[in-house]
Ligand binder design. Structure first.
Ligand SMILES: Cc1ncc(COP(=O)(O)O)c(C=O)c1O
Length: 273
């Protein structure tokens, strides 16, 4: 297995970053997860745009996107697989033990792992912890993801694959690694970015391709929506068949199934939409 680090491909067994890397010590880093299908990345340009946006938001140096593109291509070529999860990680680099940044420059790692296609429907839970729609990191895809680790572990304990958060004012926000959509009277709705959710790339494509509305929604919409679905890079569009104790039999329902179809058709027609 080969990864990209320090400007070139390296063996995963011998690749090393500093134990004082600010990504490790304080979570000072950003990342992207990109789907690869038969050796080709999906929506790479959008992912690189968001990487640059996250870097600006965190005050990291601007990543060299030409290098990141070369790194992605090299890692994909070195590790052939049918369905892959390409991970770009960009951190503050070797730094002091506190929150001040060091002078050594950033760390870029690109790695690839194999994955399998998700089932068409899944179970989710809601969690009592909040997303902060007014935080310094809101909307940035940072490596400070331990809140998501805790919430996802809670979901797994309850036989679910995702945990959904409300924000500080009790409105529906997002999952640990996905955006959420609901169907009300045949219309598709998803919380606006102002709710504090990540501007998911799959979310944006689903909104564009299905005409879904961006609507501020209460948490309890999950108890009355006709259908619920998730979007993310590795889920694409995925139906929800249980929210906490509420069963949604027959998921994916008709509107979700149509959204899945539309998404698959558009994605197959254009790998970098
Ligand atoms: C917190 C969070 N929300 C939403 C998403 C979905 O975004 P995307 O569709 O770009 O994968 C992700 C990323 O996977 C995420 O980490």
């Amino acid at each position: 297995m080969k990864i990209w680090l320090d400007g070139g491909l390296q063996d995963i067994e011998s690749a090393r970053v500093s134990v004082f890397d600010h990504g490790l010590t304080v979570g000072d880093g950003i990342f992207e997860t990109v789907k690869t299908v038969n050796g080709r990345p999906f929506a790479l340009t959008r992912h690189l745009d968001r990487l640059a946006r996250s870097a600006r938001g965190l005050g990291l140096p601007e990543p060299d996107l030409d290098e990141v593109r070369r790194a992605c291509a090299a890692v994909i070529e070195a590790n052939p697989m049918p369905l892959g999860r390409l991970r770009i990680t960009f951190t503050g680099g070797h730094g002091p033990l506190g929150s001040d940044r060091g002078e050594h420059g950033p760390t870029l790692v690109v790695a690839l792992g194999d994955t399998t296609r998700r089932p068409d429907s899944t179970a989710v839970i809601t969690v009592p912890w909040t997303r902060n729609e007014r935080g310094a990191l809101t909307g940035l895809k940072t490596t400070s993801y331990a809140e998501n680790v805790v919430a996802l572990a809670r979901a797994r304990e309850q036989g679910a694959s995702e945990a959904l958060f409300g924000n500080t004012v009790g409105r529906l926000c997002e999952g640990t690694g996905s955006n959420v959509f609901v169907v009300l009277d045949g219309e598709i709705h998803t919380p606006p970015v102002a709710s504090g959710c990540l501007a998911g790339i799959t979310r944006a494509l689903a909104v564009e391709w299905t005409g879904a509305a961006e609507t501020d929604l209460p948490m309890d919409v999950l108890q009355r929506a006709d259908e619920v679905f998730l979007t993310s890079t590795l889920r694409d569009v995925q139906g929800v068949r249980r929210v906490d104790d509420r069963e949604l039999p027959g998921a994916p329902g008709p509107v979700t199934a149509k959204a899945m179809r539309i998404f698959d058709e558009h994605a197959a027609a254009d790998l970098d939409p």
